[in-house]
Structures are given as structure tokens and as C-alpha cells.
Ligand binder design. Structure first.
Ligand code: 5GP
Length: 206
């Protein structure tokens, strides 16, 4: 079967990419160290998307994103899953402006879909203590999905307080607080295309 036709732009129509202004440099001044580059992330997202496409061939999985952090990886990942996907989102309470987990999870926005007999893939931005994911998995299991798997873009090494089975995992990082690729500090930095640590002085600027 033939795939969709790809229409490429002629070079004369090429979109010009604006150069980065001083404001951008200032914003990114708060970055201490890039742990995972944009290129590494994009390669991993392609790999995970291909794996999911293969594993779920002939099925119609439902991607469930945990807001807000997962919106970036979910958007990127989904474009590499070549299946009839459906999407839903949950919002849970997170750290707020603090940087340590409380272990208390509150559902702020529940799903619109009924999960019964669905193939559900839960997309999490980052797994730290694992308490959020553990709670969500328990909660979603009670809704009787046919299958329930997890895709977590980042997992912190050696600090999970609970046993977790993460089928699709992007990266392992040391247990440091990171921002970028969906992850915020005080609602900022989610749009950075890489994952990085912040300079200590950046925490005082909110
Ligand atoms: P856990 O329950 O696994 O300790 O924490 C999970 C949630 O805490 C994540 O979904 C995320 O919202 C937040 N979180 C954990 N570690 C980090 C981090 O390093 N950076 C940011 N921005 N959020 C984090």
C-alpha cells in the first residue's frame, strides 16, 4: 500500500529562521547544565514511537497524558506513533513552587474517556519518588482497561519508593531537580527543548 504523498517546499520558499535575540539568551542564562540535549530527546521520542507502533499494531491505543508536564512529550511522541490514536488528559496536583514531592496526589482534572477494555498508555513527564505514578496506576486500574502501560520520558535513578513497571522509558538521570521539555519551575521553562538543571540563583527569582 502506498503511503501519503509528501509535498516538499522548494528551496526558494524556504522559511527563514529568525536569529535568537538577547531576550532568549537572558532566559536561558538561568540554565546551569544541560543533561539531555534536544537531539537526544528527539531521537529517543522517535525510537519510543516506533516501538509503540510495533507493539500496538492493529489496535487503537488511548494516550493518557498527565498535565501539565506531559503535554510536550505527548505531542512529540504521538507524531511518531503511526496508529489511530486517541488522547485524553488528567491533571494532578504537583509540587507547586517547591521542589520536593509531598506524596499527596490530588486529581484536579479527570479523564473524559471511559477506560473499560481500552489499551491505555499513561504518559508521564518524570518519575521521581514514583508516588504519583503509583497512585495513578492504581486509580486507572480500577477503571478496567484491557491493558495499561507507562511511558515516562525521564526517571530519576535510585530513589523510587515503590516498585514500578515502566514499559517505555526515555532516560535515566541523577536525582536532581530538572526543567525543560514540559518540566517547570514555578510554571517556567516548560518550553525548553532540552532537559537541564537551573543555577541556584534562579530559584530565588520567583
Ligand atoms: P513523584 O511522585 O514521582 O515523586 O513526582 C512526580 C511529579 O513531580 C512529576 O510528574 C513532576 O510533576 C514532579 N517532578 C518530579 N521531579 C521533578 C523535577 O526534577 N523537575 C520538575 N519540574 N518536576 C518534577
Amino acid at each position: 500500500m502506498e503511503g501519503p504523498t509528501v509535498v516538499t517546499r522548494r528551496s526558494s520558499e524556504a522559511v527563514s529562521v529568525p536569529t535568537l535575540s538577547a531576550h532568549v539568551a537572558e532566559y536561558e542564562d538561568a540554565i546551569e547544565r544541560i543533561l539531555i540535549s534536544e537531539e537526544e530527546i528527539q531521537a529517543k521520542v522517535r525510537e519510543l514511537g516506533a516501538q509503540i507502533t510495533e507493539d500496538y499494531a492493529g489496535r487503537r491505543p488511548l494516550l493518557v497524558g498527565v498535565l501539565k508536564g506531559a503535554f510536550v512529550s505527548m505531542a512529540d511522541l504521538s507524531r511518531h506513533i503511526r496508529l489511530p490514536l486517541e488522547f485524553d488528559f488528567m491533571a494532578v496536583s504537583s509540587y507547586g513552587a517547591a521542589t520536593k514531592t509531598s506524596g499527596v496526589v490530588r486529581i484536579l482534572k479527570d479523564l473524559d474517556h471511559d477506560l473499560e477494555d481500552r489499551d491505555v498508555i499513561l504518559v508521564e513527564d518524570i518519575v521521581d519518588s514514583g508516588l504519583t505514578l503509583n497512585y495513578l496506576l492504581k486509580n486507572l486500574r480500577t477503571r478496567r482497561p484491557a491493558t495499561l502501560e507507562v511511558c515516562a520520558m525521564v526517571q530519576k535513578k535510585g530513589i523510587q519508593q515503590v516498585e514500578l513497571n515502566i514499559r517505555y522509558r526515555g532516560f535515566e538521570i541523577p536525582p536532581e531537580f530538572v526543567v525543560g521539555y514540559g518540566l517547570d519551575f514555578a510554571e517556567r521553562y516548560r518550553n525548553l527543548p532540552y532537559i537541564a538543571t537551573l543555577k541556584p540563583e534562579a530559584y530565588g527569582e520567583v
